[in-house]
Design a protein around this ligand. Structure first.
Ligand code: DUC
Ligand code: ZN
Ligand code: ZN
Length: 501
């Protein structure tokens, strides 16, 4: 197939906006060449982008599909269907170890079963490590890396998931030795439990108090702590779903010192505020739809700060953290409403967003006066940098020969008109709401291509991909995107670590 625009078309990569009119040649699912007047024969299929932007397929490196703790949300079929309709062609979901499990192999096997032949887009897994025994770190992690699972997520909060500092240190040291990537959920667990207990005793348990129970200081302290542990052990990390400026400043400062500290933020922290947790006159519990952790912050200034981190490079990744729970379901968000009493602490955490992630950010990318980031930053954050950090470089996240032909073709500016108003009815996920209901975006993916095949055709039949087309991606070891290892730690002598590391 040849993807050949007849009018001006602008492919955008992480480093440049290519000259108008460049054609993308595709053979056997891969980009074969870029050029003008590419040769074609009568079997060549041509898609005319009509002067629209073309960006690499989205790599959403933080989604929760088919997890036991969100049984009413999305499985791989509905989640990946939603992904391609929003321009995402690769997702990295989580396989979660139970604290009682002394091996991680059964959980990885189980998540393979949950995804195999059930995904419209390509996929991989991060391992959520909740019981990092020496045997797992020494024997099983090398096996997983060989199998292409090269990243873990660690939690500093939530009783069933959290690790103490000595466990965090042990995993970081193993990560440095074996070369897997470490993601960290950074919030101080004891601060949250203390406030939660006191709020409950005072009768403050409606969804709004979720935001009161997890102040920015909790994120700030844990962020500084995990950066310190990473610096001590000279280990690259990525702090997931960051929401507050005070915490983000630690990341920025570390990056200025060339430490390999990466950070991620998500749409909810750019667009939504804690007032959304208050519910409505019609439904006082409706705020449950926006319960996520870290929580939505209070002030528009908080959103502005996150936008700054997006534009200035503090954030390496913009993921959806698609964590779906059906609102109107006794096993979903309504777990927090029993006998008419609201208890935010029982509400499953998370908001859906895998389909809206790209259009929301793309709306603010460009060279217009009110743009908040460049088109190249858009591509870095949503596709090329997650691909690099998680070991998919060379395959995903770029428009270049040899890469998978995963592409998003947007509408040309002449056709976008008033834009698109987001609504639950138009989305393809398995949950019953979107927190972005009624929000207007400037553009939407017209076509999504997965390995050269159109899988989403917005003007035609919509989802035209195959539910068995998505394949498991055996990832390599991730690359450091920012900073480097091997530097000195604050206040340590050169080589001081060698006495004990
Ligand atoms: N962490 C996530 O990554 N997603 C949802 C909730 C949470 O705490
Ligand atoms: Zn988390
Ligand atoms: Zn998450």
């Amino acid at each position: 197939m040849k993807f050949s625009p007849q009018k001006a078309v602008y492919e955008v990569t992480a480093s440049e906006v290519l000259a108008p009119g460049i054609e993308i040649g595709i053979e056997n699912g891969k980009i074969s060449c870029l050029g003008t007047s590419l040769p074609r024969d009568d079997r060549t299929k041509i898609i005319d982008a009509k002067g629209a932007r073309v960006t690499p397929g989205g790599v959403d490196s933080h989604v929760h599909f088919a997890q036991d703790n969100s049984p009413t949300g999305d499985d791989f079929t509905s989640g990946s269907r939603s992904a391609i309709a929003g321009g995402t062609t690769t997702v990295i979901a989580f396989a979660s170890q139970l604290k009682t499990e002394t091996s991680v192999i059964p959980c990885i096997t189980e998540y393979h079963t949950r995804a195999k032949d059930k995904s419209y887009c390509d996929y991989s897994f991060h391992l959520i490590l909740t019981n990092p025994t020496p045997a797992i770190m020494q024997t099983e992690m090398p096996l997983l890396i060989k199998q292409g699972i090269t990243s873990v997520k660690l939690y500093m909060t939530y009783e069933p998931l959290k690790l103490g500092d000595s466990q965090l240190l042990a995993v970081l040291m193993a990560a440095r030795a074996l070369g897997f990537t470490t993601m960290v959920h950074a919030e101080n667990s004891d601060i949250i439990s203390l406030i939660t207990d006191r709020l409950e005793a005072a009768g403050h348990s409606s969804p709004y108090f979720h935001a009161i129970s997890r102040p920015q200081i909790a994120e700030n302290e844990a962020t500084y702590r995990i950066i310190s542990l990473a610096e001590l052990t000279d280990t690259p990390i990525l702090i997931v779903h960051m929401s507050s400026e005070i915490a983000m400043r630690h990341v920025r400062k570390a990056q200025t010192r060339m430490l390999p500290i990466h950070a991620e933020t998500c749409p909810q922290y750019l667009f939504l505020l804690s007032e959304r947790l208050k519910g409505t006159e019609k439904d006082a519990f409706e705020g449950a739809k926006c319960v996520c952790s870290p929580p939505l912050r209070h002030d528009p200034k908080d959103l502005k700060a996150m936008w700054r981190g997006i534009a200035n490079g503090t954030f390496t990744i913009f993921s959806s953290d698609h964590a779906p729970s059906t609102y109107d379901h006794a096993g979903g968000k309504k777990l927090g409403l029993k006998d008419g009493i609201m208890r935010y602490k029982n509400i499953p955490n998370g908001v859906p967003g895998v389909e809206t992630r790209l259009p929301l950010l793309f709306s603010h990318a460009g060279r217009e006066k009110d743009s908040k980031l460049s088109l190249q930053r858009f591509v870095q954050l949503t596709s090329s940098d997650p691909a690099k950090l998680y070991g998919l470089e060379g395959t995903k996240g770029n428009i270049a020969p040899g890469y998978d032909a995963d592409l998003v073709i947007w509408y040309p500016e002449t056709e976008v008109g008033e834009g698109v108003v987001i609504g639950q009815k138009m989305l393809h996920h398995g949950v019953d709401y979107t927190p972005y209901e009624g929000m207007k975006v400037k553009n939407w993916p017209r076509y999504t291509l997965l390995r050269g095949k159109v899988v989403w055709d917005r003007d035609g039949e919509g989802i035209v991909g195959d539910v068995t087309a998505g394949k498991f991606l055996k990832r390599g070891k991730g690359k450091i995107v920012i900073g480097k290892t091997g530097g000195e730690a604050n206040g340590m002598l050169e080589g001081e670590r060698d006495f004990w590391y």
